[in-house]
Design a protein around this ligand. Structure first.
Ligand code: AP5
Length: 218
């Protein structure tokens, strides 16, 4: 599992982790945005909360994540859960099913940096790749022209999202304390990945894991 404040770099690190370890990336925010884009009833309800930077109610999120975790690809390759759980009750919903990660990664980033990262973030709707206008600019003019900006990526909304994060993070950490590593997320994305990679590869070695760490694209 990977956790951290809004724009702390969860999605960016997940991209690097799955490339090396071949896990299935399950991002609660992406699942919700797909519902919003599809215009479903759940999507319409979810958007009201996302716009206010609040947690979407459990009856929408929990089932969505559980179903994705139980799909065959997640079971076979192992999973990397991003942005879930965000509350004690969400963590308990997984504990009740006996679903527990091998590692809980917490990215720690200063508030000043978080705001800067949110405001400059852009997404490529074709490849799903995450860019930043200053830190990870698009490679070509063609990509630059199609980049989109998330509806909740404003300075005002990130502050609300941050408040929600602070209200809940301690509760979630209390469930995973024994398997948590805290990572300094202020560094470059390569340096942040090096810290995570060292913890994951150490774990693979220590536990002799077959999966979730089957390398297919190192
Ligand atoms: P979600 O989509 O999960 O948003 P978030 O937690 O606010 O996190 P972000 O996706 O904004 O950031 P990130 O940490 O992935 O950073 P990224 O790698 O993109 O959730 C959105 C909303 O959905 C929530 O507010 C809530 O309403 C709802 N929701 C989601 N999960 C829920 C749940 N479990 N329960 C209820 N509701 C839920 O990086 C950000 C930017 O920084 C990018 O531009 C990137 O290029 C840049 N960057 C990344 N790393 C670095 C680095 N090391 N150096 C410089 N720049 C960097």
């Amino acid at each position: 599992m990977i956790s951290g404040a809004p724009a702390s770099g969860k999605g960016t690190q997940c991209g690097l982790i799955i490339k090396k370890y071949g896990l299935v990336h399950i991002a609660a925010g992406d699942l919700l945005r797909a519902e919003v884009a599809a215009g479903s009833e759940n999507g319409k309800r979810a958007k009201e909360y996302m716009e206010k930077g609040q947690l979407v109610p459990n009856e929408i999120v929990v089932m969505m994540v559980k179903e994705r975790l139980l799909k065959s690809d997640s079971q076979e390759k192992g999973w990397l859960l991003d942005g879930y759980p965000r509350s004690l009750s969400q963590a308990m919903a997984l504990e009740e099913l006996g679903i527990r990660p091998e590692l809980f990664i917490l990215l720690e980033v200063s508030e000043e940096k978080l705001v800067e990262r949110v405001v400059g973030r852009r997404l490529d709707p074709v490849t799903g790749k995450i860019y930043h206008l200053s830190y990870s600019p698009p490679e070509t003019e063609e990509i630059a022209a199609r980049l989109t900006h998330r509806f909740d990526d404003t300075e005002e909304k990130v502050k609300l999202r941050l408040q929600t994060h602070h209200q809940n993070v301690k509760d979630v950490l209390s469930i995973y304390e024994d398997i948590t590593i805290k990572v300094d997320g202020n560094a470059s994305k390569e340096d942040v990945f090096a810290q995570i990679d060292s913890a994951v590869s150490g774990l693979v070695e220590q536990k002799g894991l077959q999966h979730p760490c089957v390398k297919y694209d190192a």
